[in-house]
Design a protein around this ligand. Structure first.
Ligand code: GTP
Length: 418
């Protein structure tokens, strides 16, 4: 059985195996390699102060990644811009290592004017793309460190109204650069009904502003169970979450992670109480690899294309030419020679220009000298004529006798009246 292929490619022939070959083991090879290498994941948390970001991250990874923060003294000087801080931790579960980096953005939304709160965050995400691109362009690319942000948890204040201007502005600016995962913070402060209505409003705002939030991709050959799981996760977006690192005792005597109130206990890991379990499932259990893949294949790729095009690097995307090293060297040589010839022509031009300037200067000073010489000559001539005139006057005033002649010469010599 053959499958038709686009012209120029050899047809694919489907064959039935006669026995065991072993490539069914390929997934296991990939699994072993991945476990050996470990995984890198970078998550960013953005939201106004006090919405429970640190608590949720600690709850998500079941570790005190974030130390408890010292309360800020009212007199302490408040920073003027959004800061970017990252914390890294190596965590291990059943022999699988995860290097987790959490990027926090303290200060977001805390100012009187929050118009530009998104700017430092976009800059940080882009500088991480920049660093990745720079590593990709190195001669030695063996040790590429991936610091790109793979997911951004955006914390929405549980107001029950709709998205605020700052939320919309942030998401509009960021959705093409990072996988956005909106979460409703401190969901235990709202009733189920309020959460339902709030979610609808948030989604319609997101839709209205054409904001793209991360959705797990669905593949044709996926099994029904995974499809149903993905659909269930998607139905919970934006996730209404509750965070807590302390365990409390429920009225029926169970020890759970949750928040105790006089009227009962909110359980973090209970799907009836909040969407924390679904968020963790998407972020860690089901879609971590997809988040990484989407960051690399779509978000980074789009940014990279835009950046390179902006720098004037063009590529014919429809025709991928086979790269022939000899032809490429020849092309480079021709380009180099053309560059040299251009440089030579430029140098010649500069030289000629300089010579012309020098000649013009010399000519000018020659003319000046000539003019001065002429002036002096004329002055001397005038002086000579004046003297001759004087002499003539003297001679005409006194008749010249031989004595007179001697007298005048004798005076000059200093032996008169002897
Ligand atoms: P900054 O560090 O200032 O940005 O705050 P943050 O967003 O990291 O908040 P943090 O985790 O420090 O929590 C602030 C307060 O909210 C703490 O007293 C938490 O105990 C409380 N808190 C955290 N999560 C929840 C939640 O889900 N529900 C309720 N009701 N309170 C919460």
């Amino acid at each position: 059985q053959t499958t038709p292929q686009p012209t120029g490619l050899s047809p694919v022939i489907r064959k039935k195996l006669m026995g065991y070959v072993g490539f069914a083991n390929l997934p296991n090879q990939v699994h072993r390699k991945s476990v050996r290498k470990g995984f890198q994941f970078t998550a960013m948390v953005v939201g106004e102060s006090g919405l429970g970001k640190s608590t949720l991250i600690n709850t998500l990874f079941n570790t005190t990644l974030y130390p408890a923060k010292e309360p800020v003294h009212p007199s302490a000087e408040t920073p003027k811009t959004v800061a970017i801080e990252s914390i890294g931790a190596d965590i291990e579960e059943n022999g699988v290592r995860l290097h987790l980096t959490v990027v926090d953005t303290p200060g977001f939304g805390d100012f009187v004017n929050n118009n530009d709160s998104w700017k430092p965050i976009v800059e940080n995400i882009e500088s991480r793309f920049d660093s990745y691109l720079e590593q990709e362009n190195r001669v030695n690319r063996l040790k590429i460190v991936d610091n790109r942000v793979h997911a951004c948890l955006y914390f929405i204040q549980p107001t029950g109204h709709s998205l605020k201007q700052i939320d919309i502005e942030f998401m509009r600016r960021l959705h093409t650069k990072v996988n956005l995962i909106p979460v409703i913070a401190k969901a235990d402060t709202m009733t189920d009904e309020e959460i339902g209505i709030f979610k609808q409003r948030i989604l319609s705002d997101i839709h209205h502003h054409n904001i793209h939030i991360f959705q797990a991709p669905s593949y044709d050959n996926e099994d029904e169970e995974t499809i149903a799981e993905n659909e269930e996760i998607a139905s919970k977006i934006p996730f209404a979450v509750v965070g807590s690192n302390t365990s409390v005792t429920t009225p029926d005597g169970r020890k759970v992670r949750g928040r105790a109130y006089p009227w009962g206990v909110v359980e973090v890991d209970n799907e009836e109480h909040c969407d924390f379990v679904k968020l963790r499932q998407m972020l860690v259990r089901t879609n971590m690899e997809e988040l990484r893949e989407y960051t690399n294949d779509v978000l980074y790729e789009n940014w990279r294309t835009e950046k390179l095009l902006g720098m004037g690097v063009a590529q014919d995307s429809t025709v991928f030419k086979e790269i022939n090293p000899a032809a490429r060297m020849q092309e480079e040589r021709v380009m180099h020679e053309a560059k040299l010839a251009k440089m030579e022509a430029e140098m010649k031009m500069v030289f000629q220009q300089k010579v012309q300037e020098k000649e013009a200067k010399l000519k000018q000073s020659e003319e000046e000298l000539y003019a001065r010489h002429k002036e002096m000559k004329e002055a001397l001539e005038k002086q000579r004529l004046d003297l001759e005139e004087k002499k003539r006057k003297v001679e005409t005033g006194r008749p010249v006798t031989p004595d007179n002649k001697n007298l005048s010469t004798g005076k000059k010599r200093g032996f008169l009246r002897t």
